[in-house]
Design a protein around this ligand. Structure first.
Ligand SMILES: [Zn+2]
Length: 373
């Protein structure tokens, strides 16, 4: 059954604006009222046609193809004639397990801020630093619920294979790097040589190099023991601190055989701290549909908002569908309490309460409230 109170507010949202979609006439569209995609293989000839559809139907979920096609509505898929596919990444991880006692199922600022931090890291450390995209090539989009999408729409990425896209996700996931590969012993016995990160290295080797150098430069007896070095080896490290720092600065890790296991552990820690878990099929499935930027998300009523300054983005303030002072009276079927738009909202079961429009919409979308009366 369609969520009518939510749909009514979605319609108001779409009536009040005109959405633009890059390469609209070459995209396949999919829409959902009951589920995220009830039907797909739809196409529009113009922005006017698309916006008329959104205002008339007010779908709870609206997605478009990351691929561009010569015949986007054709079926089956091969008849569409692919013209290339945007490179898209989806960061959709849940962080609930990190704070089970304080997680809020209605709207969780802690989850959203963890997600934003990971998104910022993925943008800066991977998309820009390691993959070499220009900041202006990457469109960052709040997903509308709990994560972030990254769209690269340049000509150069359009022909990338499914495998290449998967490899980029695996790289960011750090699946193939560890202490053993970042400080790798090649050969055996006297012929053994250590392949180790060098100054100026990029990628995972560079991330490890920077974190190792920082640990060495700032080392104290306590910090080293906290990182797993024995008391005796930590004391030796402190005695030879200048030598250790200098060896790392010159990439001469084989000067430090007594601490190689320690550095391998630091490398493992670095990988864990920097890896980014992406929803891989969104990237490598070339027939994938993804939330249309600027549309509302049917599970939250929040806007899948394009984000200019990720570091400052706060979804529960910046991605609201309605920002005016209008309120709507709702009744909840159980007690809820959540932070929203900079205030804490408490709603008791069965008690009519007037909430800001976007907060009422959130509760309709979460399925816990109805309009009062
Ligand atoms: Zn949470």
């Amino acid at each position: 059954m369609t969520n009518e109170p939510a749909k009514e507010l979605f319609r108001r949202y779409y009536v009040a604006r005109t959405l633009t979609v890059p390469a609209l006439a070459q995209r396949e569209f999919g829409f959902g009222f009951e589920s995220k995609i009830d039907y797909r293989h739809k196409a529009f000839g113009s922005e006017g046609e698309f916006n008329d559809f959104m205002r008339r139907e007010a779908p709870l979920y609206a997605s478009y193809s990351t691929a561009r096609y010569s015949l986007p509505a054709a079926r089956p898929m091969p008849r569409k004639g692919s013209l290339g596919t945007d490179l898209v990444f989806d960061l959709d991880k849940t962080y609930e397990s990190e704070h089970p006692d304080s997680h809020n199922a209605i709207a969780c600022e802690r989850c959203l801020s963890r997600s934003r931090d990971d998104a910022l890291r993925f943008l800066e450390e991977f998309l820009i630093a390691d993959f070499g995209f220009k900041k202006s090539d990457v469109a960052v989009n709040f997903s509308g619920n709990k994560g972030f999408h990254f769209h690269v729409r340049t000509a150069a990425v359009q022909p990338l294979s499914s495998l290449a896209r998967k490899q980029l996700c695996d790289y960011a996931g750090g699946f193939e790097v560890s202490g053993e590969t970042l400080l790798e012993t090649l050969g055996e016995g006297k012929a053994a040589v250590l392949r180790s990160p060098q100054p100026g290295d990029g990628g995972w080797r560079g991330k490890f190099y920077s974190s190792a150098l920082g640990i060495a430069q700032n080392a104290t007896q306590e910090s080293l023991q906290e990182n797993g070095l024995t008391k005796g080896k930590a004391a030796k490290f402190m005695e030879q601190k200048a030598v250790v720092v200098s060896a790392i600065e010159r990439g001469k890790w084989d000067y430090l055989p007594w601490s190689l296991d320690f550095w391998r552990k630091i490398a493992d820690d670095t990988v864990r701290a920097h890896r980014v878990e992406l929803d891989k099929p969104v990237s490598f499935d070339l027939a994938r549909l993804i939330r249309i930027p600027g549309t509302l998300h049917g599970s939250s009523g929040l806007v899948a908002k394009p984000v200019d300054d990720l570091a400052k983005f706060e979804p529960l303030k910046d991605a609201l569908a309605f920002s005016g002072r209008e309120r709507q009276a709702v009744v909840c079927d159980h007690d809820v309490s959540f932070d929203f738009g900079g205030q804490t909202l408490d709603v008791r079961a069965g008690v009519t309460v007037e909430l800001p429009l976007s907060a009422s919409l959130l509760l309709y979308c979460r399925g816990v409230a109805k309009p009062a009366g």
